[in-house]
Design a protein around this ligand. Structure first.
Ligand code: SF4
Length: 156
């Protein structure tokens, strides 16, 4: 299933690196950093996600191989079928496109979650007035509901 929401940083903003993967991370331009306690991680969105897919899929990193979001788990255990899971991913991506186009006060960024966080921060500080009839806020609410209900899942 083509999705990429985890690679695009929609679920997490970082993923861990194994010690033996640091050299590869350096060579491939991953934005990696020391995460404390001698551990390393890389920032998401991942720059190896290109043309709507992982450009190194067969050799992807250990964290990527191990992670399964709730939707993928449900697909694997048969509690949801492929068509429904594709529809959910399509809905999330459509909402992201719609939200992105409507956040006109926020400077353009390829990092959707960062942009959305900035927008919500301005709203929290009352610099953007929330009106529940506003299409943007409806889209943001729907985005979070679908993300929390169907997709997000803890990394092991
Ligand atoms: S290495 Fe591939 S699977 Fe892992 S985050 Fe990057 S694009 Fe996604």
């Amino acid at each position: 299933m083509s999705c990429g929401l985890c690679c695009k940083g929609i679920i997490f903003n970082r993923a861990t690196l194994k010690p033996h993967e640091i050299g590869f991370a350096k060579d491939s331009g991953l934005r990696y950093f020391e995460a404390g306690n001698g551990e390393y991680a890389f920032h998401l969105p991942c720059n190896l996600y290109q043309n709507n897919r992982c450009s190194i899929y067969l050799n992807r990193l250990d964290a990527c191989k191990r992670y399964r979001c709730n939707l993928l788990k449900q697909l694997a255990n048969g509690s949801i079928d492929l068509e429904k899971s594709k529809l959910i991913v399509f809905q999330v991506k459509s909402l992201m496109d719609s939200i992105d186009k409507q956040m006109i006060n926020i400077e353009p960024s390829s990092e959707f979650r960062q942009k959305l966080a900035k927008f919500l921060d301005l709203q929290y500080k009352n610099l953007i007035i929330r009106e529940d009839s506003n299409a943007l806020f409806k889209d943001i609410d729907s985005f979070y509901v679908i993300l929390h209900r169907y997709i997000e899942g803890r990394a092991d």
